[in-house]
Design a protein around this ligand. Structure first.
Ligand code: FES
Length: 106
């Protein structure tokens, strides 16, 4: 699927990712700024935080329990559509997904 990362300044990065990979990987392997991913994808650092566009939130779904707890430790404020990008598995159903990168991650 194609996914779109929107920076705090409004610029957009469109990247192509393989189904079965996670959103964080798509960001890191394409050098998307602002996704730190310190723990390497284990839902243990909260530095891969993203805000899912409200209109896409339903198809992405809610966070799991562990992720939900980690979301209380994000550097930028938690919002209703906050997710950890390492916990969003990509599939064709998420083609066109738009997420916003927060101002800060650490
Ligand atoms: Fe650490 Fe996602 S990479 S929580």
């Amino acid at each position: 699927p194609i996914v779109i990362f929107q920076s705090p300044d409004g610029t957009q990065r469109k990247v192509s990712a393989a189904s079965g990979t996670v959103l964080m990987q798509a960001a890191v392997s394409n050098d998307v700024e602002g996704i730190v991913a310190e723990c390497g994808g284990n839902a243990a650092c909260a530095t891969c935080h993203v805000y899912v566009e409200a209109t896409h939130a339903e198809r992405v779904g809610p966070p799991g329990d562990v992720e939900d707890e980690m979301l209380d430790f994000t550097a930028a404020e938690r919002r209703p559509t906050s997710r950890l990008s390492c916990q969003i598995e990509l599939s064709d159903a998420l083609d066109g997904l738009v997420v916003q990168v927060p101002e800060e991650q650490v």
